[in-house]
Design a protein around this ligand. Sequence first.
Ligand SMILES: [Fe+2]
Length: 318
Amino acid sequence: MSDTTSERITVESLNPTERARLANTLTGYLSGLEWPANPAEQAAVGRDFVPAFEATLPHLAQVLQDVKSGKLLAAYFTGLPQEPSEARIVLLAMSSMLGATFNYSSQNSGELVMRLVPITGSAGNTNATRGEFKIHTDDAALPRDARTEYINLYGIVNPPGTLTSYAAASDALSELDPSVIDVLREARFSLRFPTSFGFGAEMWSAPCPILVGAEDDIELRFPSYATRPSREGDEVALAAIERLAKALDRHAVGFPLDPGCFLTFNNYRGAHKRGAIGESERLIFRTYSTRTLDFLRDVTGSHGPIFPIDSFAKKISA
Ligand SMILES: [Fe+2]
């Protein structure tokens, strides 16, 4: 972990007694359980494990409640199970304590528990790149209610020293000049839709602000490598983008997603990045969870939890 700290990020470690209790609870739950292929049924398996998780690890359940209420912006746990069939159930249970679990059908093969693995030669600043993945919020070009509120990551294999980092927007803004913050609140920025959506050509959002909300409840949408001034030659907007990226970088707190480690963070109220992976293997399980799926259901006509978002995204692009 880096030595930068934020009062809105907590670190928890399971002690040996808690590990043994969770292992016991999982053994009981897993006996006779067949992992379903259907994402809605997988989500149900995770939800069904929640009461057992809460009874076994009440302290971690409280921390997740604090993330959900906004008291905390991120939480990092170590000492969870490392075996993938156990990990995915614990991850889905924790994810469903934060909200409804979902994915877009064009992202990571539309899996509810996404498998993030590096792919040699993949485009830069994607979850498959072996290079550094720069500071960003996920799916920023989509409207707020179509974006995930929480990103939940669970380490299965991680090269030593590869860190995933989170920066609270409020921490970064504390060092920016108020005039820069004012610019970031204006609708003078365009955001590129993620390449992971598989659109043939580059697609950009209509002009929008990067920051919204009151000072103590600020939200951002900011892929630092895929944000540009909407008007060509807008040097003030360009300078504001660069200042924000640097401030977020300076306030990013890093965590290794080693086997059995879990990191969840608020995707509206902070940005994240990942260091270079190098040539080693890596496997991270990821889920998205959010307060309500109503908007995604409305715009896609699908009940979910896997949503075909591409035609809606094309409709709203500039
Ligand atoms: Fe991301």
